[in-house]
Design a protein around this ligand. Structure first.
Ligand code: AMP
Ligand code: MG
Length: 490
């Protein structure tokens, strides 16, 4: 039988000393609970082979597939502003890399595969709820067009894991364009291991920004590219109402993908101060603070690169990286505004668009309008059916004043209403993973019933087109759901 994966493990091969070779813990009864067959196909992997007992053992971390070079990556990170010099894969393994059907290198990674030398006090395990949560939210982000790591499989280990009660042990098999984090760079910078740092930076450039390889100031350009990727990514989050919840520097991927779905959530009512995570007491990672935090994280990335940017003159390195990062707010703002224009169906760029967008958001905040539904209803206005939109505002007179400006703005462009409305419906989703639906799906899954998970996954996998029978998935949480709190899910 041919091997399930065709690995090509560049990280293990090129970056010796930046990781520890390691193996997963034996699982008593590996079982693939859900497999992402579409992603498996994209990877050129036979889904049936993955669901075989052999495949299940691989996906649960219990055995390493042929050609794998499992390893735990070293990384550091600023967590809630405080620096931890040694985090690393405490419950995860990079199994290896495959080249997918599009020629793209992808990491196959396991989360919950047992203790590693980086586990500190942790048990190295994961439990079913958070594993399925990461599966769901990652798939939603992918379907919404946001760069993201994706779940290949959620597997049960057959073990009970202790978390405020016994929970089913599980492993997430995750696919990413890499697991290089800002914290990976911080680890070697903090130890003054400049040679390893340079090796890492060269690897990151070769893997993600190969056109920079020959540039004389390639490390400064690396900072600039990563910064641009973050600007685009966070703008997408904000334009979809997504709150990551734990934007520590170890959870910032150099690739520009969203990574490490823990206490994340989508907002219902528009509220820039929205926070869901139980441990984010000061709102550091609040919905509206995400661009600021991204810039703060990039400054930590810049610090870790200083020795490479100018090995001779640290003042010059600081000046150059500060200038590079100074572009972040402009790039963020431009990406955000382009996104909001698309949400509003505006094709041209006119100076008054910024106020038009901000005034709408202010009205939404005042009325606690549902973010997703309100933007989706805006295409109704274009189709000359404004009631669905107007009905979301407490101050109807103010909403009508805004609508007057909006309709005037639409008239500045000669576009057929249906074409415009259809374009809006391709960027304003109907279905997002609503918090109450996610909770219900995870609770049922823990009790052995996967039907709610599958229904929710179906809804969020095609978020822009109405699906018959799934109307309830488009609705915000009922009042009795109360304020929503999320947990890191370790
Ligand atoms: P996270 O908050 O999931 O991004 O994890 C932050 C750090 O804690 C990483 O180094 C993880 O590997 C580690 N970690 C989280 N949960 C566990 C666990 N149950 N056992 C060991 N390490 C863990
Ligand atoms: Mg993490």
């Amino acid at each position: 039988m041919s091997a399930i994966f065709t690995f090509d493990n560049s990280y293990a091969r090129d970056l010796e000393g930046l990781y520890l070779p390691w193996s997963g813990a034996k699982a008593p009864a590996p079982q693939v609970l859900r497999l992402n067959a579409a992603l498996a196909a994209e990877l050129g992997v036979d889904p049936e082979a993955l669901e075989s007992p052999e495949g299940a053992a691989f996906l649960a971390g219990s055995a390493a597939p042929e050609g794998a070079a499992p390893l735990a990556m070293a990384y550091a990170g600023h967590q809630f502003g405080g620096f931890s010099p040694q985090l690393g894969d405490g419950r995860a393994l990079l199994l290896g890399e495959v080249i997918d059907q599009n020629g793209k290198r992808r990491d196959i990674h396991l989360k919950g595969s047992g203790r590693t030398p980086f586990s500190r006090g942790g048990d190295g395990k994961a439990v079913l709820g958070p594993v399925l949560r990461e599966y769901l939210i990652g798939e939603a982000m992918h379907a919404l067009g946001v760069p993201t790591t994706r779940a290949l499989a959620a597997s049960l280990t057959g073990e009970t894991v202790w978390r405020e009660g016994g929970k089913p042990g599980a492993v997430l098999a995750r696919v990413a364009s890499s697991h290089l984090r800002v914290g990976t760079f911080q680890f070697f910078a903090a130890r003054g291991e400049t040679d390893r740092l340079r090796q890492l930076a060269d690897y990151a450039i070769a893997r993600h920004f190969p056109d920079l390889a020959g540039a004389p100031d390639k490390y400064l350009l690396l900072l600039s590219r990563v910064s641009d990727g973050q600007a685009r990514l966070i703008a997408q989050w904000v334009n979809l109402g997504f709150v990551h919840g734990v934007m520590n520097t170890d959870n910032v991927a150099i690739s520009g993908e969203t990574i490490d779905y823990g206490p994340c959530a989508f907002i219902d009512a528009y509220d820039p101060k929205a926070v869901f995570s139980s441990i984010d007491h000061n709102g550091r990672y609040a919905y509206g603070n995400q661009p600021n935090i991204a810039q703060w994280n990039l400054a930590r990335f810049a610090e870790s690169l200083l020795d490479l940017i100018d090995p001779e003159d640290s003042d010059a390195a600081i000046a150059r990286s500060t200038e590079t990062l100074g572009a972040f707010p402009h790039h963020y703002q431009a990406a955000w505004l382009a996104g909001v224009r698309a949400k509003m169906g505006l094709m041209k760029e006119l100076p008054a668009d910024l106020d038009l967008a901000n005034d709408l958001l202010a009205l939404m905040a005042e009325s606690h309008a549902d973010f997703t539904q309100t933007f989706r209803a805006l295409s109704g206005v274009v189709r000359a059916a404004a009631d669905g939109f107007r009905g979301r505002f407490l101050d109807l007179a103010a909403a009508d004043r805004w609508l007057g400006r909006y309709v005037g703005r639409l008239a500045e462009e000669d576009i057929a209403p249906e074409a415009r409305a259809a374009a809006m419906d391709r960027v304003n989703p109907i279905y997002i993973p609503r918090n109450h639906k996610v909770e219900a799906a995870l609770e049922a899954a823990e009790a052995g019933n996967m039907a709610p998970f599958d229904a929710l996954l179906g809804a969020i996998s095609a978020p822009f087109a109405p699906q018959a029978g799934l109307e309830a998935y488009a609705e915000p949480a009922p009042d009795d759901f109360g304020p929503y709190t999320t947990y890191c899910g370790t």
